[in-house]
Design a protein around this ligand. Structure first.
Ligand code: PRX
Length: 635
């Protein structure tokens, strides 16, 4: 018996023990009994965190789409795989059955092949949350092309950087996207990006908004006619267990975004297993994750995890505030959603609005509520629990990362007793460790430290595309033989984990990871700016907001400060995207620096957070006098 579905706390402890004491046997049983393989593995696990090199199910062959689609056809052909809920509530929802999904994915796979895409090629997908996005992702997986989905809120510059980094030769996009009342011109963003992407040979364009766009001859093709003419079946490519499945970019604390590479077999096994248990999904349930597929949450828990379990997964195109703040709850009522997975920032935004928006709707179908992306504060937790869950739907506060591929620390609902703000216990197979400043593991309970993982798990990212050294340096050098998460955490008296936040220069704004360095680089490109530093400060909806300290060049005319602020934010919007805009910009004459020239962000963070009672020792600074000035003029 492989313990695929855990139902009691005692069973959790028993299975957890097994997964830690005999990980190979444990994962082998899960893989064997719950998935279809073209060829069996020779070895379950091979690993070395020094190199680092991690291989799961080596020698095995499979195609993840056969596990997500084909194997369900005999029993679930007419069952809904994807419910598409459009931005406009007046537009009818679509129920895409497993049979239909198979046909759509096969047609798309044939189109990709006809357009020259081969196994191992990188295909960029820049689409709104429409069914074509799911088809495109799965079609790539079916032919063995590596998808690189870029969130369709990123700017041309950010898109171009991601396309060029992994040398995509095709991009799949749409004429436009709907977000609430807005219609965004996605194709125009792509056109600008492609001016600096010589590798892109084909642009496939899905029709969504019908706005007028320009199509470049021989390069740009409308998708629909190609799909209509394509054959509706496609033999899935045989993939090796460790062949890349996708690349997904995440921000780093320095430099350009990191293209995290996930591979086929381990990712499939772990996302499917976590999905089943952490959402306690039962056949016939309707599951809804509100994330965008442009983020890892959407990859693992809208597409792969749910579909591998034959689930019904809802894809929502819109925003929580359109046509009003009741939209989420209207959708829950309409589709009788059983599991609902969202981010604390959305909960906080909705909690600010009138409770009538929630109470108007019948939410009795809900059984499990999820939270992801940032720490959930106590107030938001209670609001979610009382008003959405009515005190009877456990909240799973799921901690994980783009790099981990799947959920790492989380309660199992109806199994693990929950505590507000605690992600609680490690999931099966996950071995966390808290480390102190000296690099030693801290044992015992009621301790806090830096969160590491000491043993591989199947869905961990295997490398950073094109830069294995950076992968090693970022995750495996801070603590010997351990994966370092970049987060701090505490372990309480019963062994529950609470994530306390990033310990590096990544700031989480509205659940989105933002590295300080790329934003600072973008600000510094403004002709009036000499230098800048970004820190986060607490914000009641976004969790954190960005505060920029900017030194202006002393030459030229004196510019209006508010205009400059607008221009700086405009520059950030163009180069990264609106999510990276600064809430506050303070012009300063200098930045506090150590004698070695490093900016002391600790001090800036305190000033930005208005927490200046204890600034610590500033006497060792190169320029202690600027601290007083910055403090006095802080916003
Ligand atoms: O700091 C942690 C925070 O989000 C980071 C990972 O961000 P990303 O790669 O974008 O993936 C987000 C979705 C999985 C983590 O290092 N984080 C994520 N979930 C939680 C969290 N912080 C606290 N509690 C969580 N449940």
């Amino acid at each position: 018996m492989s313990n695929y579905h855990i139902k009691h706390l005692e069973e959790y402890f028993q299975v957890y023990r097994k997964s830690v004491q005999r990980p190979e046997t444990f994962w082998e049983e899960i893989a064997e009994e719950h998935f279809v393989w073209r060829k069996r593995w020779n070895k379950v696990l091979d690993w070395d965190f020094k190199k680092p090199e991690i291989k799961w199910f080596e020698g095995a062959e499979l195609n993840i789409t056969e596990n997500c689609i084909d194997r369900h056809l005999p029993t679930r052909k007419n069952k809904t795989a994807i419910i598409f809920e459009p931005n406009n509530p007046e537009e009818p929802a679509q129920h895409i059955t497993y049979g239909k999904l198979h046909e759509k994915v096969c047609r798309m796979a044939n189109v990709l092949k006809e357009q020259g895409v081969k196994k191992g090629d990188r295909v960029c997908i820049y689409l709104p949350m429409i069914p074509e996005l799911a088809y495109a992702v799965l079609a790539c997986a079916r032919i063995g092309a590596i998808h690189s989905v870029v969130f369709a809120g990123f700017s041309s510059n950010a898109l171009a950087a991601r396309i060029n980094d992994c040398e995509c030769n095709m991009i799949i996009t749409s004429d436009g996207s709907y977000r609430g009342k807005k219609v965004l011109d996605l194709k125009k963003i792509v056109d600008v990006a492609l001016k600096t992407c010589p590798g892109i040979k084909k642009v496939l364009v899905a029709k969504r908004t019908g706005n007028k766009i320009s199509m470049k001859k021989d390069r740009d093709l409308w998708l629909q006619p190609l799909l209509d003419n394509a054959y509706a079946d496609f033999d899935a490519e045989r993939m090796a267990a460790e062949d890349p499945l996708f690349i997904l970019y995440t921000s780093g604390s320095t430099g350009k975004p990191k293209g995290m590479v996930h591979t086929c077999a381990g990712y499939m096994v772990y996302t499917a297993y976590t999905f089943k248990n952490i959402f306690q999904y039962k056949d016939g349930d309707v599951y809804w994750c509100t994330a965008d597929i442009g983020w890892i949450t959407g990859h693992s828990y809208i597409i792969y995890g749910p579909l591998a379990n034959g689930a019904t997964t809802l894809m929502f195109e819109g925003v929580p505030s359109y046509p009003d703040y009741g939209r989420f709850w209207e959708v829950v009522q309409k589709h009788k959603v059983n599991q609902f997975y969202t981010a604390p920032t959305a909960i906080r935004a909705l909690a600010k609005e009138n409770l009538d928006y929630v109470e108007k709707y019948d939410l009795s179908s809900l059984r499990v509520l999820g939270s992801v992306g940032e720490p959930i504060n106590e107030e938001a937790w209670h609001w979610y629990n009382n008003n959405v869950g009515k005190g009877k739907s456990p909240i799973v506060d799921t901690w994980w990362q783009t790099e981990t591929g799947g959920i790492m620390i989380s309660p199992i609902p109806f199994v693990t007793p929950t505590t507000p703000t605690y992600a609680t216990l490690p999931f099966i197979g996950i071995q966390p460790a808290l480390m102190n400043e000296e690099g030693k593991e801290i044992s015992g309970v009621q301790v806090d430290g830096r969160l590491c993982i000491k043993f591989p798990w199947p869905s961990m990212a295997r490398t950073i595309w094109g830069n294995h050294d950076r992968y090693r340096d970022t995750y495996f050098t801070a603590y010997e033989d351990k994966y370092f998460t970049g987060d701090g955490a505490l372990r309480d008296a019963v062994g529950y984990y609470r994530i306390t936040g990033r310990v590096d220069d990544v700031i989480i704004v509205s659940g989105h990871n933002l590295g300080t360095a790329p934003i600072e680089d973008s600000i510094n490109e403004h002709p009036a700016v000499a230098e800048s530093a970004i820190v986060g400060f607490p914000h009641d909806v976004k969790g954190n907001a960005l505060y920029g300290f900017v030194i202006l060049k002393e030459v030229g005319e004196v510019r209006d400060r508010d205009n400059l602020r607008k221009e700086i934010n405009q520059q950030i919007t163009e180069q990264i995207g609106p999510i990276a805009k600064l809430d506050k910009i303070q012009f300063v004459s200098g930045l506090p620096k150590t004698r070695s020239g490093k900016i002391m962000r600790r001090i800036l963070r305190k000033i930005a957070s208005k927490d200046t009672s204890n600034m610590g020792d500033i006497s060792t600074l190169l320029n202690p006098e600027v601290v007083e000035e910055i403090h006095k003029n802080s916003l």
